[in-house]
Design a protein around this ligand. Structure first.
Ligand SMILES: [Fe+2]
Ligand SMILES: [Fe+2]
Length: 191
């Protein structure tokens, strides 16, 4: 039987999010009316805002110091590139110039980014798994945050970048400060 969302560990949960967004982008490609395009684009933007928030607030900080720094830093910058497009798309209408192009480029950027996260052995998730992070504890924290983030973004909060000029880049470099750097490590018996 397929795993429910509640039973998934952190990596299964993030991968399920990836598949969901890919499906929305595929549906966008096939959409023919401006109303359907806008509905699907907004759905993809909402899912991506929530997904990048839980990764940046919970998963990535737990990875800091435990996986390749370059990979993690590039992930934040890739998120920010996506977020600038997301905010543009949300503010635009399907009749505007470059609307379809923006959605297409966003989907391509996400495809590349997801590959970096999911790549076998050297990808971010594989490195995090090998580092022994507690994927069940991280999943619980992300499920809880996902619910509140969904409410915030549904209420109209725009995506916030962390690494671009003028941003407070310290937030992207910060360790989790609410639970200590080792709180999300699995107990030795579960490694
Ligand atoms: Fe992701
Ligand atoms: Fe990501």
């Amino acid at each position: 039987m397929a795993q429910t969302y509640e039973e998934m560990d952190a990596i299964a949960m993030l991968k399920a999010d990836h598949r969901k967004v890919e499906t929305i982008f595929e549906q966008f490609e096939k959409a023919t009316t401006p109303a359907k395009k806008r509905e699907l684009a907004l759905q993809a933007c909402l899912e991506l805002k929530v997904h990048t928030a839980i990764e940046e607030e919970i998963f990535y900080p737990a990875c800091r110091g435990k996986i390749e720094d370059d990979l993690l830093n590039e992930a934040y910058v890739e998120h920010d590139g996506a977020k600038t497009l997301i905010n543009e798309i949300e503010a635009a209408s399907p009749d505007d110039d470059f609307y379809d192009a923006k959605v297409k480029v966003l989907s391509e950027e996400i495809e590349h980014h997801v590959e970096e996260e999911e790549k076998r052995s050297e990808g971010m998730f594989a490195q995090a798994r090998a580092a022994g992070l507690d994927m069940d504890a991280l999943a619980d924290a992300m499920r809880a945050r996902k619910a509140t983030a969904m409410e915030e973004y549904q209420a109209g909060k725009p995506a916030e970048t962390r690494t671009l000029a003028g941003d407070d880049t310290a937030s992207a470099l910060a360790e989790r400060d609410d639970s200590g750097p080792d709180a999300m490590e699995a107990p030795a018996s579960r490694r």
